[in-house]
Design a binder for this molecule. Structure first.
Ligand code: ZN
Length: 227
C-alpha cells in the first residue's frame, strides 16, 4: 500500500506506519475528535480500533496498539501542554530528515516554527519502550516540532487545531525549503522581529481557521458526521 489514507481530517497526510494521538477532556471533545476519524475508517473497511490508558495499556479493543504508542504517552507526561501529538513521515519532511537538518524558514508562514523546532540527529531505531520515549521527551524540551533524522516528524499542540496545523504546515515548509535549496541561490532573509509577530498571529488565528475549514470540508463530504 503506498497511498495516503483518508482518516477524516482533510489536509493531514497520514500513510501506513504513521500514528496520531489526541488527549481529550470530556465526552464532547472526545466525540469531536473521534467521530470523523472512526467514520472515515469504517467507510474504508477498517476494523482495528483500541483504547489505551495513560500507561499505554490497552483498555478496550481486540488487538494490540503500536509499540510506538510510548512516543505519545511519554511526551505528554513531561509536556502536559502537548495534549495532541502527531507523528508521521510525509515525503518532503522525510527528505529534509534524510539530510539530517532542519528546514530553512524561507516563507512567512514558516515563522510558525521559529525557535520551535528540534532536530533529533540520531534516530536509530523504533521507540518501542517507555524509557526510550521518555529519553526523547526529555531531549526535545519545549519544541512543538521535532524532525527525527532519517525518519519523520513529531508535531505537538495544546489542541487538535494547533497540532494538525503544525503537522500540515511542516510538509509545505520542507517542500519549499527543498525547492529553494536546489536552486543553489541564497533566499531572501526575513526580518526576525516580523517573524516573531507572524508566529504569534499564526498560532492565535490561523490554526483555528485551518481547523474550521477542515471540519467544513468533512461536513460537506459527509453530513452524517453531525449526527
Ligand atoms: Zn515513525
Amino acid at each position: 500500500m503506498t497511498e495516503a489514507l483518508d482518516f477524516g481530517i482533510p489536509g493531514l497526510n497520514l500513510a501506513p506506519g504513521d500514528h496520531i494521538c489526541a488527549l481529550y477532556m470530556g465526552a464532547a471533545e472526545r466525540d469531536a475528535i473521534l467521530l470523523p476519524y472512526l467514520q472515515a475508517g469504517l467507510r474504508s473497511g477498517d476494523k482495528c480500533i483500541c483504547v489505551v490508558d495513560q500507561e499505554a495499556r490497552v483498555v478496550r479493543g481486540r488487538w494490540d496498539v503500536t509499540p510506538a504508542i510510548h512516543l505519545h504517552t511519554e511526551i505528554h507526561r513531561v509536556r502536559p501542554d502537548a495534549r495532541v501529538v502527531v507523528h508521521n513521515h510525509p515525503y518532503y519532511v522525510s527528505l529534509i530528515a534524510a539530510l539530517g537538518t532542519l528546514p530553512e524558514l524561507v516563507h512567512q508562514t514558516g515563522s510558525l516554527f521559529l525557535d520551535d523546532m528540534y532536530l533529533l540527529e540520531k534516530y536509530d531505531g523504533e521507540i518501542d519502550a517507555p524509557w526510550r520515549a521518555a529519553e526523547l521527551a526529555q531531549q526535545i524540551g519545549s519544541a512543538n516540532l521535532v524532525i527525527l533524522a532519517n525518519h519523520g516528524v513529531i508535531a505537538t499542540g495544546r489542541n487538535m487545531a494547533e497540532a494538525v496545523y503544525r503537522a500540515v504546515s511542516i510538509e509545505r515548509v520542507c517542500h519549499l525549503a527543498y525547492d529553494v535549496m536546489v536552486t543553489g541561490r541564497t533566499p531572501s532573509k526575513m526580518n526576525r522581529g516580523d517573524m516573531v509577530g507572524m508566529q504569534a498571529s499564526l498560532i492565535e488565528r490561523a490554526a483555528d481557521v485551518y481547523w474550521a475549514g477542515a471540519a467544513r470540508m468533512t461536513i460537506k463530504a459527509d453530513r452524517s458526521v453531525l449526527t
